[in-house]
Design a protein around this ligand. Structure first.
Ligand code: IMP
Ligand code: MG
Length: 177
C-alpha cells in the first residue's frame, strides 16, 4: 500500500484558488481570457479556477510528453496535442498543476509566444522552486511546496491518485517505478 500524507487540504486549496481567480479577474478587468490547460494534471485546477474568474473565459488544452520515468525527466519535451484555435492577440493564461524544473512550461511558453498572444501569463497551483533549472516563474502561484513527490487534485503517480480532493505527499518508500 502506498502511504499518503495530506499536505494541502481541499479547504486550503479552495480558498487559494478563489484568491487567484479574484486576482485574475482584477488584472484582466473587462477583457476576455483564454485558459490553456496542460493535460492531464491541470484539469481539476483549471475547472475550479475558471469558476472563480468573473470574466469572459474560454478553455483550450495542450498535451506534452516528457521522456523519462514517472519521477525523473530527461529534459526533452515533445508536443502531443496543440491548441485547437489560434492564440494570436488573445489574453492567455497557461494553467499547470506544478512548476518543477520548469522544462515543460518553458517549452510551452516559447511555443505559444511565437504565435503572438496579447498577454501570456502562467498559473500554477504548486511551485517546487528549489528544483528549478529553467528561468521561469509563475504569475499566479497557489503554494510553494518542498521537494517532495505529491499527488491528488489532478497530480498523478503513474496515472493514479488524480482524483484525490487533497494534495498529498506520496511517501518515497512506497514509490517503486
Ligand atoms: P517540470 O517540467 O519539471 O516543471 O515538470 C512539470 C511536470 O512534472 C508537471 O506537469 C507534473 O506532471 C510533473 N511533476 C513534477 N513534480 C511532480 C509531483 O510532485 N507529483 C506529480 N507530478 C509532478
Ligand atoms: Mg503534468
Amino acid at each position: 500500500m502506498d502511504e499518503l500524507k495530506v499536505l494541502l487540504t481541499r479547504q486550503q486549496i479552495a480558498a487559494k484558488v478563489a484568491e487567484l481567480g479574484e486576482r485574475i479577474t482584477a488584472d484582466f478587468a473587462g477583457e476576455a481570457v483564454l485558459l490553456i490547460g496542460v493535460l492531464k494534471g491541470a484539469t481539476i485546477f483549471l475547472a475550479d479556477l475558471a469558476r472563480q474568474i468573473k470574466l469572459d473565459v474560454s478553455f483550450d488544452f495542450i498535451a506534452v510528453s516528457s521522456y523519462g520515468n514517472a519521477r525523473q525527466q530527461s529534459g526533452e519535451v515533445r508536443l502531443v496535442k496543440d491548441v485547437d484555435r489560434s492564440v494570436e492577440g488573445k489574453n492567455i493564461i497557461l494553467v499547470e498543476d506544478i512548476l518543477d524544473t520548469g522544462l515543460t512550461l518553458t517549452y510551452i511558453r516559447n511555443l505559444l509566444q511565437a504565435h503572438r498572444p496579447k498577454a501570456l501569463k502562467i498559473a500554477a497551483l504548486l511551485d517546487k522552486a528549489s528544483r528549478r533549472t529553467e528561468d521561469i516563474q509563475g504569475d499566479y502561484v497557489g503554494f510553494q511546496i518542498p521537494d517532495e513527490f505529491v499527488v491528488g487534485y489532478g497530480l498523478d503517480f503513474a496515472e493514479h491518485y488524480r482524483n484525490l480532493p487533497d494534495v498529498c505527499v506520496l511517501e518515497s518508500g512506497s514509490i517503486t517505478a
